[in-house]
Design a protein around this ligand. Sequence first.
Ligand code: GAP
Length: 495
Amino acid sequence: MPKEEVNNLALRRALFFPSAEIYANAPSGFWEFGPIGHAIRRRIIEAWRKELVEKEGMIEISGAQILPEDVFKASGHLENFNDPIVQCKKCHSLARADKLIADKIDDIVPESLATNELDAMIKDHQVSCPKCKGKDFDKVKKFNMMMGLAIGATGDQPAYLRPETCQSIFLDFKRLYKNWRGDLPLGIAQAGKSFRNEIAPRNTLLRQREFGQMEIELFFDPERIDEVPAFDSVSDYELNLMLVNSGKVQKISCKDAASKKIVSGKFIAYYIACVQQFYNKLGVPLEKMRFRGLDKDEKAFYAKETWDFEIETDLGWIELMACNYRTDHDLKGHAEQSKQDLSVNENGRKFIPHVFELSAGIDRTLYTLLDLSFRKEKRGKEERNYLKLPPRVAPFLCAVFPLVKKDGLLEKAKEIYKSLIDYGFDVFFDEKGSIGKRYARVDEVGIPFAVTVDYDTMEDGTVTLRSRDSMEQKRVKVEELSGLLWDLKSAQKSF
Ligand code: GAP
């Protein structure tokens, strides 16, 4: 859906809105999630937890958001987590040099290019300041994006808000490895907030300074990168791969991707397939997704191989997940800095495990699902908007409405509402306004089913069940409602 429609819906229904918005000087890049936005966000995390973490036998942790400086010395962030910035000499506004050039030439510009190369490109392409249109810039500088703070009353312990959730996974690896199963491969996941001092936050949730990540670090023995017991289940499954600098997506089976060394091994192909299947289950059509291979200038400093998982939206292709082969970069760095042994003893060898990472943005996933699920529909003179979200990421599975508040209907509706919650469903209750308006309100935020309690309910114990997508209605016995909702939720039945 057009960006304006997403933003209007977000503000009108308080899905998300700027933080500290009542203060005119509040910094940009921080967002609040209202009840519906927060609920969709939770569903996305729950779906990720079920489909990737639990089904694939991984474990999940929750680590600290503030970590000491030594952690980021070891990880390389202190030295390398930089954006190239440039200042306009006329209006003094700051901008990301790579993005300015990319906007001008309509192509990707690697942020890792040397500052003098970026200076030359700004000149060659006659890039102008987006604010004042001036063409005179200072030299490009590197700016570290971590948000620093000082711990304790004396403030003598430098620390940073984590710029990615995964560093605590590396720090905790040895303990979890020993305490959990004691063998590789081991997948450790974490969902939480990350913080980056973005120079130019933009497009609401797409480039924020505080944002959600769901990250998975898969620790494995590099000598067994082609030993994946479950590989047969994806062997013929086709991945949408856009090879480095190829400019086009090719459908390549997991077995070909691994055997032709398009990816480093079966381990990588298997988990890339899991990602593609996961987003497909969230309702993203296969033709709208791709894994874009990054060349050496575009990859992060810790990655040997990167596939950016991207989805096509109204704003173009958006990167939702970075799939990074980080090798032993992080564990090795932390072992050296902390002087602790982070190696394992397996298969008759002592070695530092390698890591393949699936690092997804929660808020970018939310934005993308809104964009893809928005529908505008005209039936006769009636026009309606609805979000065609799959039940598992809808904010609530169903709504319960009393037709009117009198004659015991309100109490009966509340009773049904509470019993559905007891069954474990996420349910929304609304008693205000005409029934038509209530349907329109839940359609607009993507609630797939609505249950209406009317006078017949009091007589024969049935309710009206309505489908958001088809607007069809059917009578259902109250005692059969939970079973039917369960089947509809798990797609075992269609409406
Ligand atoms: N641990 C690896 C890592 O953090 P990344 O490519 O920097 O890799 C992973 O980030 C994902 O986090 C991105 O694909 C994106 O979905 C999300 N993300 C990164 N920066 C973001 C920002 N400023 N605002 C919103 N989401 C962001």
